[in-house]
Design a protein. Sequence first.
Length: 201
Amino acid sequence: MPNWEDWTFHIAQATRSSSLQIFPCLRQLELKDCPKLRALPEQLKHATKMQRLRIQGVHALKKIENLHELSGSLRINGSRSLASISDLYQIKELYVADCTALQFVNNLNALKWLYLEDETMDCIPMWLSRLTENGEQAGEDGLELELHCSTDMLDRCLMGRQDWTIMERFTSVAAYCKEDYMCYSRHPVSYHTSKSVSNSK
């Protein structure tokens, strides 16, 4: 739907005051190739059974927020204007690929697994650092990270390098660039990489 810009609902006043449920059976939603869609409808937060939301190629979308009932996974790919993801209290998995404008991620209290892919990144984004600092994932299971990035960024993530203090806050990390990898686990402690010290900057 290349020309879809607004997703809105017109609900009569009498209906608003009733107990009508919106999206009562919706469990999975996929939005694909809607480059002009600017926002998700506010009523989507009432989809009490929604477990999975997938968004791909929705370039005008700037924020995803207040989906309090989304309980499984959020996958976002190629949403170039997306700046904010917040108040998704129940999601367990977050997949973010090629969302270069993303700056703010907050209140993902139940998050257990994060996938981040962006080969243009040259350092860990601030939102990722803040996510590990604020204690939201301080439970026993912690937060696992899978990272697909540039060679320069992988160098920064190695033990003892600039971004290692961020990496070691995760329960586990699997980081990859085209040629190399780094894997880390906190419990039990394990670290290995295909890069030698002489090959890293």
